[in-house]
Design a protein around this ligand. Structure first.
Ligand code: WQD
Length: 337
């Protein structure tokens, strides 16, 4: 049976498409291409030999969703479509609530009306807010401090409530830590519009010469080298986690699982690893802390191992190797084809 991936032409979505096609599943990408490039579909075909079906549509369009779910005989949905910039969510909060919360509600309504029961939802570790303790376990309190994080938390809540409704869905909520890297072919990868907000794509652009220097936001955090610590997870591992989640979707009504490695890496450690991967020096300058940043967070990966039978297989060196391989082969991202 077919799996619909909303936002399937995006960075994480395209890697999930590859993983699902390799696992023998049929895939339909539902995407409005507001933050992704149609060339991605061609690259998925080059990697797997199979081009996914594509429906260009907005996740708030219930009728279009119903039509796509029915026409393609979907048995499950992986829901990634959404806006994801913490910084933008402050100035564009209305758009973020409309897309991330209303969009999720519209998708759930379309699923209820077509009898598609299983949904895997792309949430974020941002829902935890400032950690009370580390590693972050799934029962940690939720206290997001950005509109983006609150939209993810509210989307989780509405799906959890619908799971208990008279027209229930089976819901697996995956809380991503920091997805990075790219498929080993270098044909698909992270290609943010404009100047990257996130660390790894910013380092990649410095390495390829599109940006002059990396600003390290704060070196006075209470961490071993003073810079921020995060749980970076290879996007190919993250994609495999979604396949595992699909297989668990009908075992219980609501499941919330971290997708992370369980290990933290500092900014300076990542810069060093990337320099080793690309054979270049990454020029840096220390800048003030970025508003809203947390000193350190990383996942407890225990539940993912016990319930999904999933754990991250790739380490920081592979993440940097593959991120550089993508950037080296696509200096201007998907605009290069
Ligand atoms: C990582 C570290 C920065 C850029 C965000 C979202 C989160 C998720 C992943 C969607 C921090 C430092 C960064 C730079 C730097 N997105 N940094 N210079 O902030 O952990 O998470 O992206 O789900 O929701 O919040 O990731 O890559 O932006 O930052 O020093 O130019 O790198 O201070 O310590 P973050 P990031």
């Amino acid at each position: 049976m077919t799996v619909m991936i909303t936002g399937g032409a995006g960075f994480v979505g395209s890697h999930i498409c590859v993983e699902l096609i390799h696992a023998g599943r049929k895939v339909v990408v539902y995407d409005n291409f507001c933050n992704s490039h149609p060339e991605v579909i061609n690259r998925i075909r080059r990697i797997t030999g199979t081009a996914p079906e594509v429906v260009r549509g907005d996740v708030r369009d219930v009728e279009a969703l119903i039509s796509a779910l029915s026409a393609h005989g979907c048995s499950a949905v992986i829901h990634l479509a959404g806006l994801k910039s913490v910084a933008d969510s402050v100035s564009k909060s209305t758009e973020y609530y409309d897309c991330n919360v209303v969009g999720t509600l519209r998708l759930a309504q379309a699923m209820q009306q077509t009898g598609v029961r299983n949904i895997v939802f792309s949430s974020s570790a941002t829902v935890y807010g400032e950690p009370d303790m580390l590693p972050l376990r799934e029962d940690h309190k939720l206290a997001p401090f950005s509109p983006y994080g609150r939209t993810k938390m509210q989307a989780e809540e509405l799906l959890s409530d619908i799971a208990q409704s008279q027209s229930p869905l089976n819901v697996v909520i995956l809380r991503y830590f920091n997805p990075v890297g790219s498929h080993e072919s270098g044909l698909i990868g992270e290609d943010p519009n404009g100047i990257p907000n996130n660390l790894m794509p910013y380092i990649s652009r410095v390495a390829i010469g599109r940006l002059p220097v990396l600003n390290v936001y704060g070196n006075d955090y209470p961490t071993p080298d003073g810079t921020g610590i995060r749980d970076y997870v290879h996007v190919a591992d993250l994609a495999a986690g979604h396949v595992a989640a699909l297989d668990c979707a009908d075992k219980q009504r609501v499941l919330k699982v971290n997708l992370g490695t369980g290990r933290g890496t500092s900014v300076l450690e990542l810069v060093d690893a990337y320099a080793g991967a690309c054979g270049k020096t990454i020029p840096i300058t220390f800048a003030p802390r970025r508003a809203g940043d947390i000193a350190s967070y990383y996942a407890s990966a225990e539940l993912a191992a016990n319930v999904l039978g999933w754990h991250a297989k790739r380490g920081i060196a592979e993440m940097c190797r593959d991120a550089w391989n993508w950037q080296r082969k696509n200096p201007n991202g998907y605009l290069d084809q």
